[in-house]
Design a protein around this ligand. Structure first.
Ligand SMILES: [Zn+2]
Length: 260
């Protein structure tokens, strides 16, 4: 059986945080195909160490960090597309053109499942929110044309209870809690809206190794202990955006579960 999974993200490292565990879980299945689309190269991001990149080279360096992260994870994408829209400028780019470019790749690949951001953008980042809108629109555009694939659309999400526990630990360790009202801080969705809860604990060490390859972005994880990172990498969650999930329906534990 062949199964194609496509992820559409904004920046290098969104993919590692969002879907690396799921990809690692399926890595060795012969029919598994993984398609990855990056809308930007992350050139407006932080530079943790000036020896790693300059403002001019950061986009190129982050593309390379991302490629390395998949090598370290042990499963590279079968197809990896960089659309190279301006980082922090996706919301200002022509929306229909962005939808069209994503749709062209999805039409070519006919993925069974597409993963992207939901309206919360996980961190409220405007690039995340716009990429999620564009990828979701592209999914439906191609799905409505008819043909194979396009069975499920998922929106990456953090269950509120997980964020609450995370904040409790931060406060217990003497840190400030994260504030979801602030831009770029993680925000949760109500637990009952989570339709997919994937146990990635068996591959969590590889996901953490992949996260560490995003060296220019080391600030994102530098305060976290190995134990905390492993906990973070031990599960991946999503809202099932399409087909609409009946409230109270069983939570899925695999992206392809129930698709025959
Ligand atoms: Zn991002």
């Amino acid at each position: 059986m062949s199964r194609t999974f496509a992820a559409v993200v904004a920046h290098p490292d969104d993919d590692t945080f969002g879907v690396a565990g799921t990809v690692a879980v399926h890595a060795d299945e012969p029919g598994f195909r993984f398609v990855l689309i990056h809308v930007t190269s992350g050139e407006a991001g932080s530079i943790a160490d000036p020896a790693l990149a300059t403002r001019e080279t950061l986009g190129q360096v982050r593309e390379e960090e991302d490629r390395r992260s998949w090598i370290v994870l042990g499963r590279e994408p079968d197809r990896h597309e960089w659309l190279r829209y301006p980082d922090h400028g996706v919301a200002d780019a022509p929306f229909d053109e962005l939808v069209g470019r994503i749709a062209d790749i999805l039409r070519d690949e006919r993925p069974d499942v597409v993963s992207t951001f939901g309206p919360d953008g996980v961190t409220g980042h405007p690039d995340h929110i716009r990429v999620g809108e564009a990828a979701s629109a592209a999914f439906h555009r191609v799905r409505e044309e008819g043909g194979a694939g396009f069975r499920r659309l998922i929106h990456d999400a953090i269950p509120q209870s997980m964020l609450d526990r995370w904040n409790e630990r931060l406060v217990a360790d003497g840190h400030e809690p994260m504030d979801p009202a602030q831009l770029y801080q993680p925000r949760g969705v109500p637990d009952e809206t989570i339709g997919l809860d994937v146990d990635t604990s068996a591959v969590a060490d590889r996901v953490v190794a992949a996260l560490r390859e995003h060296r220019t972005q080391a600030g994102e994880v530098q305060d976290m202990s190995e134990e905390e990172l492993l906990r973070l990498a031990s599960s991946e969650h999503a809202v099932i955006a399409w087909p609409e999930r009946t409230p109270g329906a069983p939570v899925l534990h695999d992206v392809f579960e129930g698709l025959d």
